[in-house]
Design a protein around this ligand. Structure first.
Ligand SMILES: NC(=O)c1ccc[n+]([C@@H]2O[C@H](COP(=O)([O-])OP(=O)(O)OC[C@H]3O[C@@H](n4cnc5c(N)ncnc54)[C@H](O)[C@@H]3O)[C@@H](O)[C@H]2O)c1
Length: 371
């Protein structure tokens, strides 16, 4: 596994031992020896938040070079609404001369698992199938029911499936942004957003406000751009992006408000990955925080138990002036006493995994907690 994923590591080993999994760079051979081709290439956004379809175009080129007669193609990647109908379908028809729905089947079935939970959610999540015709839909349905015969299958149009994928993720992302805005309001009123959100949610059936903190990574933020780049009106999605992306700078600014210049200050950052218990640093807000601190001239020491090339916990906790808990890895939860003894002045807990009473020597600060 090229990333940290303990359960999958075992599954992959088992599948390889049983000869159930093959990886090859011979795309033509592998496509032609299959009945169903699932395309799940990366669809990232680029440096200017523009759509990067280079992997998808290469994959479509490889598919069209092979003989795809009587095969089913399933597009699993996250895509801009209309990708299947306006890009994939015309490409395959033009390059192969085959008739869609007659000579080959085609469906958009977007992946909706949460990174790190694939081993559970691949079985449990309903599958959204947006096929070009009823035969394509039936083939896709059969494929997913092979994973688990109890799986719920939901059918819609290809563009509807692409939209549904974006809607589910954007809904989550906008909710995180709202929690982050609440955090900033609470700070302004000298209150603690974590405490307020807890009492707002407790026992109230219509309130499910998430906790404030970093929201980013390769998936969440990009979905807004896949949809929002298509709109010419001001949208709540771009405001959510702006808010979530501003949280690392907000952390730095709050620290400067109390410590003054960060120039030359020794700062220990715990966690570089974008989410708990992962080594994935793609578009990580923690990495953005590190770059911002460095830009202000701080001496930044990073420890992340999952990310190679970062320093040990002992090294980063040697007399730091400041400790920032940036990623809420589970094994950081027991570190409060160690940080309290580290000699730092302030511990800044971005996602609020500690309690103020955990610290007696060090000033405890967290995002969303006013002073
Ligand atoms: N990672 C997740 O948990 C997750 C969850 C939901 C949806 N998705 C979506 O799934 C898609 C893939 O995401 P990812 O995180 O796995 O991306 P990734 O960049 O980690 O992996 C993409 C893989 O595709 C391979 N690839 C590219 N072109 C290829 C080709 N022509 N033939 C064969 N392989 C090729 C790359 O080498 C790479 O290993 C994206 O559209 C993403 O939005 C991912």
């Amino acid at each position: 596994m090229p990333f940290h994923y303990p359960v999958m590591e075992d599954w992959l080993r088992e599948a390889l031992a049983k000869g159930m999994f093959n990886a090859t760079n011979q795309s033509r051979e592998s496509i032609e020896s299959s009945e169903i081709v699932v395309i799940t290439v990366g669809t990232p956004t680029g440096f200017q938040c523009q759509l990067d379809y280079s992997q998808l175009h290469l994959a479509m080129h490889e598919v069209a070079q092979a003989d795809i007669k009587n095969k089913a193609l399933i597009i699993r990647s996250t895509a801009v609404p209309g990708t299947l109908m306006n890009i994939v379908l015309p490409h395959l028809v033009t390059k192969t001369g085959l008739k869609p729905g007659v000579n080959f089947a085609l469906a958009a079935c977007p992946e909706r698992i949460l990174e790190g939970r694939a081993h559970v959610e691949l079985y449990e999540l309903p599958e959204i199938i947006g096929a070009i015709d009823s035969l394509s839909s039936a083939i896709a349905r059969e494929l997913f029911l092979k994973i688990d015969s109890r799986k719920v299958i939901l059918e819609t149009s290809p563009t509807g499936a692409e939209l549904a994928k974006l809607f589910t993720n954007i809904y989550r992302y906008v909710n995180f942004a709202l929690a982050n805005e609440f955090a900033i309001w609470a700070e302004r009123y000298g209150e603690d957003a974590h405490e307020i959100i807890r009492v707002a949610n407790e026992g109230y059936p219509r309130s499910n406000i998430p906790r404030p903190g970093f929201a980013g990574g390769p998936c969440l933020g990009k979905y807004g751009f896949l949809l929002d780049n298509n709109t010419t009106f001001s949208s709540i999605i771009s405001v959510a992006w702006k808010l979530n992306e501003a949280v690392p700078q907000h952390v730095v600014t709050s620290l400067m408000n109390s410590l003054g210049s960060l120039y030359g200050k020794r700062i220990a950052v715990l966690g570089l990955a974008f989410k708990a218990n992962s080594d994935d640093v793609r578009l990580s807000p923690s990495a953005k925080l590190v770059e911002t601190l460095k830009a202000y001239g701080a001496e930044v020491l990073i420890h992340d138990p999952y990310v190679e090339g970062t320093s040990s916990l002992e090294d980063v906790l040697k007399n730091p002036e400041l400790v920032i808990l940036a990623t809420n890895h589970s094994n950081f939860k027991d570190l409060a006493a160690t940080i309290d003894r580290s000699g730092c002045k302030i511990i800044y807990d971005v996602s609020g995994i500690y309690k103020p009473e955990n610290f007696t020597r060090v000033e405890y600060r967290r995002f969303g907690r006013g002073r």
